[in-house]
Design a protein around this ligand. Structure first.
Ligand SMILES: [Zn+2]
Length: 287
C-alpha cells in the first residue's frame, strides 16, 4: 500500500538515450581538453583551480542531465551507469589531453594517439607523479600527496555528474502522456513540519492539516518547509513533495541553504490537484 502512494520510476528508458550519450562524448572530450589547457597554462594554482574542477564537473553533470531528460531515463540504474560513464570518460579525456599538452609544452613529439593507449598514459601519469605537476606556496606535491589531490579531482569530476544525473530518474514522469511532469517549486511555504507526521498526513491527503499549518510570508524565516507540486499535461500523474529548508551561515560567513527532503513525491489523484492548488492560493492570500 505504501509503495504505490509514492511516485516510483518505471525503470524504462527511451531508445533515443543511447545515441544521445554518444553525442555527449565528444562534447565532454572538448570540455575536458579546454580544462586541461587552462589548468596547465594557469600561472597560479589554488582556489581558482578548485573552482575550475567544480565547474567542469558541473557542466558535465548538466550534460548528463540534458541527455537523461531527453532520453527519458526513468531508471535509477541507467541514470547512474550513464552519468558514471560520462564522468569517467571526461576524466580519461582530461588526462589524455593534459598529458599531451604537458609533453608538447616540453617540446616532446609524442602523438596524441600514443596517449589513447592506457598503459602509455599510465606510464606518463606515474612519471609526473614522481616529479610533481605544479607548485603551491613554493612546495611541489609529489607521490602520495599528489595522488590524494588527483583523487579529489577525480571524485569531483565523476561524482558531480552521478549526483546530478540521478535526480533525473527520480523526477516524476507520466507514463500515459509520455512526458516529464511540470515542477512548480515553492507553491507555498509553511513552518517546518515533522517528517513522519507530514508523510502520514499527506498519504491520507489530509489537506485540512496542511491548511492548519498556515502559510509563511516571503521572505520566510531561516527554517521552513517548501511544498512543491508536480503535474502532467494529461493529469494522470501528479505528486507533491515537502522539502525542509534551513538557511544558515557557513564558516566563511556566506549564506548556506540546506535542503532536506521530508516527503518525496506523494502521488495525488487527478481531482486532488485543483484542490491542492486552491489550498495553496488560499494560504498565499492569508499570508
Ligand atoms: Zn500525463
Amino acid at each position: 500500500m505504501q509503495a504505490n502512494r509514492h511516485y516510483q520510476p518505471s525503470g524504462r528508458v527511451s531508445p533515443l538515450a543511447l545515441p544521445l550519450i554518444a553525442l555527449a562524448l565528444p562534447a565532454a572530450a572538448l570540455l575536458a581538453a579546454l580544462y586541461s589547457y587552462l589548468t596547465l597554462y594557469l600561472p597560479i594554482v589554488g582556489y581558482f583551480t578548485v573552482l575550475l574542477t567544480a565547474g567542469l564537473g558541473f557542466v558535465v553533470g548538466a550534460l548528463a542531465v540534458a541527455v537523461l531528460q531527453r532520453g527519458r531515463a526513468r531508471s535509477r540504474l541507467f541514470a547512474a551507469v550513464a552519468s558514471l560513464g560520462l564522468g569517467l570518460f571526461t576524466l580519461w579525456a582530461m588526462w589524455v589531453t593534459w598529458g599531451y599538452a604537458l609533453l608538447h609544452q616540453q617540446d616532446s613529439e609524442v602523438p596524441l594517439v600514443a596517449l589513447l593507449w592506457p598503459p602509455n598514459l599510465w606510464e606518463l601519469i606515474a612519471v609526473v607523479n614522481e616529479k610533481g605537476a605544479w607548485s603551491i606556496k613554493g612546495a611541489t606535491p609529489t607521490g602520495a600527496i599528489l595522488w590524494i589531490f588527483w583523487a579529489i579531482e577525480a571524485a569531483i569530476l565523476v561524482g558531480l555528474p552521478v549526483v546530478m544525473g540521478l535526480t533525473v530518474a527520480d523526477a516524476p514522469y507520466c507514463e500515459h502522456c509520455e512526458s516529464w511532469c511540470t515542477h512548480t517549486k515553492a507553491l507555498f511555504l509553511t513552518p517546518l513540519v515533522d517528517k513522519d507526521l507530514a508523510a502520514e498526513r499527506l498519504e491520507r491527503r489530509d489537506f485540512q492539516w496542511l491548511e492548519s499549518l498556515g502559510s509563511l510570508e516571503r521572505p520566510p524565516p531561516p527554517k521552513f518547509t517548501r511544498w512543491d507540486l508536480f503535474e502532467c499535461g494529461c493529469r494522470a500523474t501528479n505528486a507533491v513533495s515537502a522539502i525542509g529548508i534551513e538557511v544558515g551561515v557557513d564558516d566563511q560567513g556566506k549564506q548556506k541553504v540546506t535542503e532536506s527532503p521530508l516527503v518525496q513525491t506523494v502521488l495525488l489523484a487527478p481531482d486532488a490537484v485543483p484542490a491542492f492548488r486552491s489550498l495553496a492560493h488560499r494560504m498565499e492570500v492569508q499570508a
